[in-house]
Design a protein around this ligand. Structure first.
Ligand SMILES: Cc1cc2nc3c(=O)[nH]c(=O)nc-3n(C[C@H](O)[C@H](O)[C@H](O)COP(=O)(O)OP(=O)(O)OC[C@H]3O[C@@H](n4cnc5c(N)ncnc54)[C@H](O)[C@@H]3O)c2cc1C
Length: 368
């Protein structure tokens, strides 16, 4: 279909996880007519987005992720506050930064991370701008006194942020519904093409179809795989850690995300299986002992929740936008759905308007 730049499309978005909801909102802002489909209710469901910890930490990701994740993550880090301002809503956004710490045996990993972070010439201006620094014992004591009881150094990544995924999902639902978009919830999509979205009993027609089904798209994307993640929530009245904390660990990069009133998320495992069975004893022990190794006050904490889900990942653990005429599949957000979704949504908005990519051409791939 040959549409001019200013024309607006009739668009279907299949999958109302973080990618689907954010894209729906962003394209609605551009004036497109949006219909959203999801197999689950609006308020809850299988979306990995409902399980996520909500970390927006591009510098921390440098250790294991490709530069594309860092670059898109940096863009999202500036987009989130803009979006939240437009929504005028509380999504639990905090940007007081991350502290990276390591126990004795894992200190070499922290040194390697610092080397990677501080030695890259192209990162130097950003590192200065975002005030990423190594802290000695005294500086750590000033920054987060309770962490200084167990650690004598840390790397501080100011401005790294986190938010509440469940609040973001709820606010996006509210904003979308206020705009009267058509939202087909509890609606399992059996098949889709560039112009059609099909349930078992009905077929809907569109100008363009976006497939944002996460792991639900596996049958149509053979290299998509599930990576299990387990996370626990603790109530720890004896602990007052103020920053997001990453702990170097031989098996996972463990993190602690502070939530209001002495609640903490501790995550996350990363296991190559599509099982969503309840958290294992082994994982629970690892996460709990990591928490206790950060702060002895976690000994008296209450374990109030555990969550398990799978992250949708591709071979290289990078996101992809696969286009085939009017069918656009967005997937492979892996561990980074909240970190990347704003940058991807902006890129798609530009691409629809200008018929060419903007900043992240490598994200796109044509399905021939
Ligand atoms: C334990 C854990 C911690 C995480 N922490 C973070 C974090 O701190 N920061 C971060 O950025 N990311 C994090 N993530 C990753 C993030 O959750 C994912 O990258 C993100 O949710 C993927 O977004 P998505 O929209 O592609 O898929 P999803 O969020 O999984 O949404 C897919 C949607 O498609 C729907 N669907 C599927 N099949 C169909 C069908 N046939 N018909 C209709 N609807 C369908 C599903 O119901 C679902 O609503 C974490 C993930 C896990 C598991």
């Amino acid at each position: 279909m040959n549409k001019s730049k200013t024309e607006h499309y009739k668009i279907a978005i299949v999958g109302a996880g973080i990618m689907g909801r954010l894209l729906a909102w962003r394209l609605l802002c551009d004036g497109h007519k949006i219909t959203l489909f999801d197999k689950d209710p609006v308020e809850q469901g299988d979306a990995a987005a409902f399980t996520a910890a909500g970390m927006l930490t591009p510098f921390s990701e440098i250790e294991t992720a490709e530069s594309l994740i860092f670059e898109m993550g940096m863009q999202s880090l500036t987009l989130w506050p803009d979006y939240i301002k437009q929504w005028q809503a509380n999504v639990g956004y905090q940007n007081t930064g991350s502290l990276i710490v390591a126990h004795g045996s894992d200190r070499a990993d922290l040194r390697r991370f610092n080397q990677r972070l501080f030695s890259q010439q192209n990162l130097k201006p950003l590192i200065q701008h975002y005030q990423c620094v190594s802290l000695n014992a005294q500086q750590l004591q000033q920054k987060d006194p309770e962490l200084a009881e167990r650690f004598d150094s840390a790397t501080f990544l100011a401005n790294e942020a986190w938010l509440s995924p469940t609040k973001v999902m709820a606010v996006l639902a509210e904003k979308l519904q206020q705009q009267n978009i058509q939202w087909h919830s509890n609606c399992f999509i059996q098949s889709l093409s560039g112009n059609k979205v099909n349930t078992s009993s009905q077929s809907y027609s569109f100008d363009k179809v976006f497939d944002c089904r996460g792991i639900g798209a596996k049958s149509d994307w053979s290299t998509l795989r599930a990576v299990r993640g387990e996370i626990i929530k603790l109530y720890a009245p004896e602990v007052s850690i103020k920053h997001l904390v990453r702990l170097m660990h031989p098996r996972y990069r463990l993190y602690l995300v502070p939530q209001p009133e002495h609640h903490y998320l501790i995550g996350a495992t990363q296991l190559e299986t599509e099982s969503c069975a309840a958290i294992t004893v082994r994982s629970c022990l690892e996460l709990l002992s990591a928490a206790y190794s950060l702060h002895s006050g976690f000994a008296e904490a209450n374990l109030i929740d555990s969550r398990v889900n799978v992250r949708p990942a591709l071979n290289d653990n990078l996101p992809k936008v696969l286009t085939k005429n009017s069918l656009i599949r967005i997937n492979g957000l892996f561990r980074h759905g909240f970190l990347l979704a704003p940058a991807i949504a902006e890129e798609i908005s530009y691409w629809l308007q200008h018929n060419k990519t903007n900043k992240f051409a490598t994200l796109f791939c044509e399905d021939k």
